[in-house]
Design a protein. Structure first.
Length: 341
């Protein structure tokens, strides 16, 4: 109720032209400071209850929305600490449940809001000077992503992993959009893993596209598509540094993914994921050398899973070739995969 009240008042006040930004924030921030000890106590004692965590996430998102300008860093930091404490508690449980999904959503939304600030510090101020705000946001985003990832290896149950993987992939998507360099330079916080978190996330998505849960497959495909869009020319010149870094990680995945996408369209995928699969295939083909794409596509349609005949094989190869040339829209490949399915 408090979260809804704060959000509603804030939205209404912003629409009132007679109010200033400070006039809107001052009473709300005063209220937040008064209730904060209670919020902290609730988060410490009741974070194992999904309904409580969900309400806490809503409340913390309001805190972030009230501080989009980054002026009240202490309150943002305290909100993040509550989220991290819940993630830590989940990571140390023997069994992860979907109760942390609202907190993963909070992490995603916070990265969407402040990720661009964190990115400035991550790339060393080459595009603009670093400030206390960008440095703090870099530390905040880094900790949140690392803590979110720490919840994955804490469970050995496939069902539990399926519950949280969509949230993890959504966080990765937010990072690719808002702070790609930061994501690609992150390593695991506990030091037990030699590979980067970006490489590990790509490995998890490649494995996830073989999952039978449509939501897991869909979010994995969307994340992979964002990664390939980053390296697909022409990209934003300001992101060239990130694109060159990402290319080293995604380049080895092209052949495996093209083959998996075509095999998936031959009945292995849930039908709901064919559109994101077509978008990903379009992005991969556009960023792949024509000779390599032709070789991979020929190999893909010769697999045992492709059972629709030689005429269909020829038609599919022609369409994929046009995709490599960049002369067709992603919707054409979506239709192609739907027809194959």
């Amino acid at each position: 109720v408090l979260a809804i009240a704060l959000r509603t008042f804030n939205t209404f006040a912003k629409k009132n032209k007679s109010t200033t930004n400070e006039g809107v924030k001052a009473p709300l921030l005063s209220l937040l400071h008064r209730v904060w000890p209670t919020i902290t106590t609730i988060s410490k004692n009741f974070s194992s209850y999904e309904v409580v965590v969900s309400s806490l996430s809503d409340f913390l998102l309001v805190v972030v929305s009230l501080n989009e300008d980054g002026e009240n860093l202490s309150l943002i930091t305290e909100a993040v600490e509550i989220a991290i404490a819940i993630l830590d508690a989940s990571a140390h449980q023997k069994r992860i449940t979907s109760s942390i999904n609202p907190i993963l959503n909070f992490v995603e939304e916070t990265i969407d809001t402040f990720g661009h600030q964190a990115e400035v510090h991550a790339i060393g101020g080459f595009t603009s000077p670093t400030t206390p705000l960008t440095e703090t946001m870099h530390k905040i985003v880094q900790r949140m992503v690392q803590k979110s990832f720490s919840t994955i290896p804490a469970t050995s149950e496939n069902r539990a992993q399926e519950d949280i993987l969509p949230g993890i992939f959504a966080i990765c998507r937010a990072c690719i959009r808002r702070c790609p360099v930061l994501l690609m330079t992150l390593s695991y916080a506990d030091g037990n893993f030699s590979q980067s978190m970006f490489a590990a996330s790509l490995g998890a998505t490649v494995s996830a596209i073989g999952n039978r849960q449509a939501e897991v497959v869909r979010d994995a495909l969307l994340y992979l598509n964002d990664c390939f869009l980053l390296v697909t020319p022409p990209n934003d010149s300001r992101r060239n540094n990130a694109a060159s870094m990402a290319l080293r990680f995604v380049q080895p995945l092209r052949e495996e993914l093209i083959i998996a996408l075509i095999a998936g369209a031959c009945g292995l995928f849930p039908r709901e994921v064919l559109d994101p699969a077509g978008s990903l295939l379009h992005s991969i083909l556009k960023s792949t050398e024509a000779s390599d794409a032709e070789r991979i596509c020929i190999s893909a349609v010769q697999k045992e899973s492709f059972r629709v005949g030689d005429n269909a094989r020829h038609t599919v190869l022609l369409t994929l070739g046009r995709g490599t040339q960049g002369t067709i829209a992603a919707s054409v490949l979506m239709d192609l995969l739907d027809d194959l399915w």
